[in-house]
Design a protein around this ligand. Structure first.
Ligand code: PLP
Length: 443
């Protein structure tokens, strides 16, 4: 924190990420503290956190074991180069992660964000095929309404038009997109996985028919798409993708940046859906968001193929100065220990029915055209204003923050909820009743 009183602070010099900056600066929404389920705003209010920050503070805020581990590590070993050098923390964290990953994912590459974890996964996929002599496998398949961060790789396989618009001439050249799975006509107000839509995975067959399966390096999807408004996979969809990939030797990458670390009641969504990818990108909850970190997990055979293709010297020309940073590693180890001590990676399994009941009571709130949920995630979709799509959900977010002391996230005309996994049933009721009031106050 700065010593300048916040209300008097100069806001001119910061270029904010993914923000309607002019509106923000006209009426700033400032957070100055956080503990467990709440943020503290600069005007002293306790804001109930309905979004775990940005889908990331899974164990709740400022948890003592994590805070203390970071402080201890900063005093002992602040930084160690990761190229040609090591420190015990990053090895220990990789080993600990493998214990909770789906069986077969045995190697972990560290980075600093979800975007980097995704770009790392794409590079590993290409390096793997090259090492096997399948140099023609250079195409990627993403999905419309997919979000895979903001690197050039991530926006190329991602399917969000505004994120790509200014850079369309410079994206990765060989990318196709599957259709998204959101289908209000067939699936509105689904509880859990929607029944309809598994056949949407068959679009991959169409892409294969056009280009040849032997040209495709990997398919990347979020098991549950979060950033574009909580798009839950239809029953059977992910299994179908897996089967088609297997038939054609195509790698399947799950982007578990938001679904990882207990969000669905299992350590990862792969275990929830019982579909194991070949590579997995993760970030956010890996350190409870206390220190930035991303990670890419891969099947052992993928790692071995790449590493064994080179006789000596560096085998994989990729890495970040802060890969496996000591503070992030310490935060990650403390976080995984806390998840284990409090059984947080499976807590949602029992809480999900309570959550589902609560969020579906919003079905009759003003302008609501869909409520959908899985694990401890929900999307509340609103009818857009004809002249200003997106503005209604944004106004609800602003109203919730200033007048209902609730943090939600708006994306287009969808409100996304993803609270910390420590939320109590009473706090679930609070989230929903405060959101209902906000919906009622926004026309
Ligand atoms: N992938 C998914 C599925 C995400 O939800 C996000 C961020 O929300 C990212 C990647 C990018 O992560 P980061 O913002 O840490 O780069």
């Amino acid at each position: 924190m700065t010593d300048t009183p916040i209300r008097a602070q100069n806001l001119d010099n910061l270029w904010m990420p993914f923000t309607a900056t002019k509106a923000f600066k006209a009426r700033p929404r400032m957070l100055v503290g956080a503990k467990d389920m709440h943020y503290q705003s600069d005007d002293g209010r306790q804001i109930l956190d309905g979004t775990a920050g940005l889908w990331c503070v899974n164990a709740g805020h400022a948890r003592a074991p994590i805070v203390e581990a970071i402080a201890r590590q900063a005093a002992q070993l602040d930084f160690a180069p990761g190229f040609q050098m090591g420190h015990p923390g990053s090895f220990a964290l990789a080993e600990r992660l493998v214990r909770i990953l789906p069986a077969g994912l045995t190697q972990v590459f560290f980075s600093n964000s979800g975007s980097e974890a995704v770009d790392t996964a794409l590079k590993i996929a290409l390096a793997y095929h090259q090492a096997r002599g399948e140099t023609q496998r250079t195409r990627f398949v993403g999905r419309l309404r997919g979000y895979h961060g903001v690197g050039f790789g991530g926006i190329s396989v991602g399917g969000i038009a505004p994120n790509r618009a200014a850079y369309s001439s410079q994206l990765l050249p060989q990318v196709d997109h599957l259709p998204h799975t959101h289908d209000l006509a067939r699936n509105a107000f689904s509880r859990g996985m929607p029944a309809q839509g598994a056949e949407l995975a068959d679009a991959l067959e169409g892409i294969i028919a056009t280009h040849g399966g032997e040209t495709i390096a990997a398919v990347i999807v979020e098991p549950v798409a979060g950033s574009t408004g909580v798009l839950i996979p239809p029953v059977g969809y992910l299994e179908r993708l897996r089967a088609i990939c297997d038939q054609h030797g195509i790698l399947l990458i799950f982007d578990e940046v938001i679904t990882g670390f207990g969000r669905l009641g299992t350590p990862f969504a792969a275990q929830y859906f019982n579909v194991t990818p070949d590579l997995m990108a993760m970030a956010k909850g890996i350190t409870n968001a206390a220190v930035p970190m991303g990670a890419t997990a891969v099947r052992g055979a993928i790692h071995d193929t790449v590493v064994n293709a080179t006789k000596s010297g560096v085998e994989f020309f990729h890495g970040y100065t802060y890969s496996g940073h000591p503070l992030a590693s310490a935060a990650g180890l403390a976080t995984l220990q806390l998840y284990e001590d409090e059984a947080l990676l499976t807590r949602v399994a029992a809480l999900a029915p309570v959550w589902e009941e609560a969020v579906h009571t919003l079905r009759d709130a003003p302008h609501v055209i869909d409520v959908r949920n899985l694990g401890l995630v929900a999307g509340i979709e609103l009818a857009p204003r004809p002249d200003a799509p997106g503005s209604r959900a944004y106004d609800v977010f602003v109203e919730a923050f200033f007048n209902q002391d609730l943090l939600v996230r708006s994306t287009m005309d969808i409100l996304a909820l993803s609270p910390p996994l420590i939320i109590s049933p009473a706090q679930i009721e609070e989230v929903v009743s405060r959101l209902r009031r906000a919906l009622e106050r926004v026309s």
